[in-house]
Write a protein that binds this ligand. Structure first.
Ligand SMILES: Nc1ncnc2c1ncn2[C@@H]1O[C@H](COP(=O)(O)OP(=O)(O)OP(=O)(O)O)[C@@H](O)[C@H]1O
Length: 233
């Protein structure tokens, strides 16, 4: 579990967080939805020790982090396999897991392909595979599906759900996409404008493998979230 306690963060006289608290439970997907400028990126930077200039406590026992960003951060001119082995110390022990993960993400046939020859969606699948295969305790995902078209995004999300059903991971997902939040999240936090607080927390009590985009439950949740996102309070 990762705990943020009594966090205060400012940039000169701009107070971004003013006694902010958040818990990221182990083995769950915690989603942050919030307006532009509410501090999502800053929070991720503080969680990953890139920004240490704050008051309060961040209790984080995870030793290894991995990241999935909107733009892929893969090694160019290397194969898919090279990119995955890059984050592993003893890749020999991971061969089965690599194949299984690539297969679920539908890119097993690209294993020995040069990254440069892959489409944007395929590269994003490689980024997800790499984060999943690496022995990290905590995966931070910053708008990982943003640049993808709707159909591709939904397909990758469903493949990603298959991975999560196989193996629970502690994930923090930051997104502006309400449907993505509902399909992947266990807990959804909606941020206010600064000074940022959590306006609303929703638990998604629908089995991950039963999250159908057209189902009434999903549509009801979407409506509820839009209500909070649109309220100025
Ligand atoms: N280095 C910095 N110096 C001054 N102000 C900053 C700095 N970094 C962030 N801010 C301010 O802090 C606020 C939060 O920024 P942040 O990038 O964390 O928001 P965000 O929620 O990730 O936004 P978006 O959804 O647009 O990516 C913004 O008002 C931003 O201008």
């Amino acid at each position: 579990m990762i705990k943020i306690k009594n966090l205060y963060k400012n940039f000169n006289d701009f107070q971004l967080f003013d006694n902010f608290n958040l818990i990221i439970p182990k083995g769950k997907v915690t989603v942050i939805l919030g307006p532009s400028g509410s501090g999502k990126t800053t929070l991720m930077r503080m969680l990953s020790n890139l920004d240490k200039d704050f008051k309060g406590e961040i209790i984080n026992n995870s030793n290894i982090f991995s990241y999935v960003f909107q733009e892929d951060r893969l090694l160019p001119n290397k194969t898919v396999l090279d990119n995955i082995e890059f984050v592993l110390n003893d890749s020999e022990n991971y061969l089965e897991k690599i194949d299984m993960t690539l297969s679920i993400l539908e890119i097993l046939d690209k294993k020995n392909e040069n990254i440069n020859n892959l489409s944007g969606g395929q590269k994003q699948r490689v980024s997800i595979a790499r984060a999943f295969i690496s022995p990290s305790d905590f995966i931070i995902m910053d708008e990982p599906f943003k640049s993808l078209d709707f159909e591709l995004k939904i397909n990758i999300i469903y493949d990603f759900i298959k991975l999560l059903v196989q193996e629970k991971k502690t994930i923090l997902l930051v997104t502006h996409d309400v449907l993505e939040a509902i399909l992947l999240g266990d807990i959804i936090h909606i941020f206010s404008k600064p000074p940022t607080i959590i306006k609303k927390t929703l638990n998604v009590d629908i089995n991950k493998s039963e999250r159908e985009i057209y189902s009434n439950k999903i549509i009801e949740l979407e409506k509820e979230i839009y209500k909070y996102l649109c309220s100025t309070k």
